[in-house]
Design a protein around this ligand. Structure first.
Ligand SMILES: C[S@@+](CC[C@H](N)C(=O)[O-])C[C@H]1O[C@@H](n2cnc3c(N)ncnc32)[C@H](O)[C@@H]1O
Length: 266
């Protein structure tokens, strides 16, 4: 059941507002405005994150991937994974997973009549529940290559919940030739503390932010081989041919990478 709490800033609704959406409340907008006062480039980076998602999904579909599991998918917005994947591969299957009931409610409404796509409620910290979900297993065959997308979600998982262990458990279930895509915020370029101050606003939101270093984020890909150009900032990951790289793109406070699983299970 969707228990709407209009008094606590809600992470997917805040992100919806950052992206210019309408599925948000005053409490979400006020929190985002506080974030933006600290880090004015936040809405721009949210859009760059969606642009990375688009390029990554095109790359994955172009590499032959026909199954996508998007964990921490957020509210449906423009350029959802299934829309991008279907431009390349109309038969691609997509499962959206999010811990927040509001995502399930909106996703179900949007996806009615699209049998190759579904949305399930799931908590990344409970990988066994996600992997065992009947709705997911109707569409996804883990014996075949799959792309697991974890964009802008692992920084909502604290060290106490072991994000590296979560990714390792998912990796064990993935067939060789599968891919992992991650984006994750960092304080690596935060000499003036604006990113840390913006991140602190999430103390009052449904999920808090843990900023991680390049080294910590690189370790999320243990057991995978990063595809070129490796772990970069969002805009530096395979920019569209002919596009202009924005100024300071190599110092954006969000890393991005896509990696392929080689070898066997485990
Ligand atoms: C900033 S949004 C990112 C949406 C989308 N992945 C993107 O990058 O455009 C983060 C999403 O992660 C979800 N989330 C946070 N913690 C989660 C968890 N433990 N399991 C699943 N989803 C989670 C939030 O509910 C939210 O919808």
């Amino acid at each position: 059941m969707d228990t709407v709490d209009p008094t606590t800033p809600n992470v997917p609704r805040m992100y919806d507002y950052l992206l210019g959406g309408k599925d948000n409340y005053a409490v979400d907008r006020e929190a985002v405005e506080e974030v933006v006062r600290h880090a004015p480039d936040t809405p721009y980076l949210a859009r760059e994150n969606r642009a990375f998602l688009r390029r990554a999904v095109r790359f994955l579909a172009g590499s032959g991937i026909r199954q996508f599991v998007d964990i921490g998918s957020g509210l449906p917005t423009q350029g959802n994974v299934h829309e991008i994947a279907h431009e390349v591969a109309p038969d691609a299957r997509v499962v959206y997973v999010d811990v927040e009931p509001v995502v399930l409610a909106h996703g179900r409404a949007l996806l009615a009549g699209t049998p190759e796509v579904t949305v399930i409620q799931g908590d990344a910290r409970r990988t066994d529940d996600i992997l065992g979900d009947p709705g997911l297993n109707e569409l996804i065959d883990f014996d075949r290559p799959v792309a697991v997308l974890m964009l802008a979600v692992l920084h909502f998982i604290g060290d106490e919940d072991d994000p590296h262990g979560i990714v390792a458990r998912l990796r064990s279930a993935m067939a060789p030739g599968s891919y992992l895509a991650v984006s994750h915020v960092t304080a690596d370029f935060d000499a003036d503390r604006r990113v840390r101050d913006a991140g602190a606003v999430y103390e009052k939101a449904t999920y808090q932010i843990t900023l991680r270093s390049r080294e910590q984020i690189t370790r999320l890909f243990d057991g995978f081989d990063l595809v070129d150009p490796g772990l970069t900032t969002l805009s530096m990951w395979r920019p569209d041919p002919g596009s202009t790289i924005p100024p300071h793109a190599d110092r954006q406070w969000c890393y991005a990478g896509v990696a392929r699983k080689n070898g066997g299970r485990g």
